[in-house]
Design a protein around this ligand. Structure first.
Ligand code: UGA
Length: 456
């Protein structure tokens, strides 16, 4: 089928390449010259495992092309997908101006049989409003608008596309639903379940799914605090509750607060939608606040500990909001690093992929090429991102290179007993020091001694 994707951002680009590999003929339209130029030269502007090959294959097979020419592409399409950004306004509401601008630009080029499909995450009722907007511009209500939200995680987007838990097809007319069915038939034939709904339900599914997942993370983060205070171990508690199939094991890893381009923005917009409709969502409102507080509280914990030992330099490992991506949007580092800097601490940072300069929150830090280079002479190490290479860090080597003796593992990547044996004081998330002490056969007293013996 002939498809057009408007927007070659993370979702648009990935989905275009995936559609092309299903056999569709996809034209991806992008009006930002900085994005489109590398793509037309065959360069992929984002890091997503497997995407380079998929794009290259699609282009070589003649099924995927990139252009900044909206009119011609749209005029020939059976379906036009909208994958433009929907950022958050300062009051938490969603900014739909890019979606509306794209619709205004293309409305007059659309063939009456073309289906417009909203892939961008949008507030409930948007597809219906866009349908009215297009009708107003064209002077007739011939164009149908459907909703087909995406559930792609950065870092595992291809697997999430081809092996999706479900595909949500939101359509208010039978013909629109039929067209969406045809687009996704290759995946449905392989057993991927489809959920057919109205456009508004599809829009709500996307928000409710992200809000629920974010609540799950916020909850386990709180339980991790409780574990630290009461002496439990979050890994055991997470597994013990996650094996209950009604709860599920995924998304129960505590961290330094969730980030990324989706959860923080979508939870704020979900709460805002609740307020607008007179049905407040207090659970999600509370989650939004707690997640911000968590990042600040963890930064303060580092500052207090480093100050206690008259330390000066902190090594931050991980700038991206999670492993396997170069995306830094709303990452914990963007809150934690500025707080460390304001407290007068020097920051040496490393990230395997997110190495871009020009991020205001990271001004004044020293960028290092390797994790070991970053920790050299540092008074404390703070692991913020769950990169696999950080799981393989050798505590003994860290201890030799560091000046101080404190390691904050906010992703629980390292073995606490091995870190302690290497002579470092270990702070994880929801892993009580008592357990570390037991594991090292040293008892609580030896831990205190380790801390006291740290170089000032
Ligand atoms: C999320 C959803 O998982 C996707 O289904 C959705 O399509 C996407 O948002 C979107 O709306 O476009 P993504 O933002 O790529 O995907 O990242 P996740 O893997 O969901 O992680 C989000 C944040 O939660 C990260 O900061 C991650 O480190 C954190 N997290 C995740 C935890 O702290 N603990 C966990 O157990 C899982």
């Amino acid at each position: 089928m002939k498809l057009v994707m408007i927007g070659a951002g993370y979702v648009g680009l990935t989905t275009s390449a995936c559609f092309a590999s299903l056999g569709h003929e996809v034209t991806c339209v992008e009006n930002d010259p900085q994005r489109i130029e590398p793509l037309t030269r065959g360069e992929i502007p984002i890091f997503e495992p497997g995407l380079d090959d998929l794009v290259r294959d699609g282009v070589a097979a003649g099924r995927l092309r990139f252009t900044d020419e909206l009119g011609t592409a749209v005029g020939r399409a059976e379906a036009v997908f909208l994958a433009v950004g929907t950022p958050c306004l300062p009051n938490g509401a969603m900014d739909l101006s890019h979606v509306e601008a794209a619709v205004r630009q293309m409305a007059r080029y659309l063939h009456p049989a073309t289906l417009v499909v909203v892939k961008s995450t949008v507030v409930a009722g948007t597809a219906r409003r866009l349908r009215s907007l297009i009708a107003q511009i064209r002077g007739q209500a011939d164009i149908k608008v459907a909703s087909n939200p995406e559930f792609l995680r950065e870092g595992s987007a291809l697997a999430d596309f081809f092996g999706a838990d479900r595909i949500v097809l939101g359509a208010d007319e039978q013909s629109a639903a039929g067209l969406l069915d045809r687009i996704y038939r290759p995946l449905a034939r392989k057993g991927v379940p489809t959920v057919r709904t109205s456009t508004t339900s599809a829009e709500l599914i996307k928000y409710a799914a992200n809000a629920f997942l974010a609540l799950k993370i916020g909850f386990i983060d709180d339980v991790a605090d409780l574990c630290e205070a009461a002496g439990g171990d979050i890994a055991d508690v997470g597994r013990g509750i996650g094996l209950d199939r009604r709860i599920g094991e995924a998304f129960l890893s505590p961290g330094p607060g969730f980030g990324g381009s989706c959860f923080p923005k979508d939870t704020r917009a979900f709460a805002d939608t609740g307020r607008v409709h007179g049905t407040p969502q207090p659970l999600v409102e509370c989650l939004v606040d707690r997640n911000e507080q968590r990042k600040r509280r963890l930064a303060q914990k580092v500052i207090d500990e480093v100050n206690l030992h008259d330390g000066r330099t902190v090594a931050v490992l991980g700038i991206a909001f999670k492993g396997n991506t170069d995306d830094v949007r709303e990452s914990a580092a963007l809150t934690i690093v500025p707080m460390l800097r304001r407290a007068g601490l020097a920051v040496r940072a490393h990230d395997p992929r997110a190495a871009r300069d020009g991020i205001a929150e990271l001004a004044g830090i020293v960028r290092c090429n390797t994790a070991y280079e970053a920790v050299s002479d540092a008074d404390a190490v703070v692991i913020l991102t769950d990169w696999d290479e950080y799981r393989r860090l050798e505590p003994e080597r860290l201890a030799t290179l560091m000046h101080g003796r404190v390691l904050f593992d906010f992703r629980n990547l390292l073995d606490p007993s091995r870190v302690s044996l290497a002579g470092l004081r270990y702070f994880g998330r929801g892993r009580p020091e008592a357990r570390v002490a037991t594991a090292t056969n040293g008892g609580a007293a030896s831990l205190r001694e380790t801390a006291a013996a740290s170089p000032a």
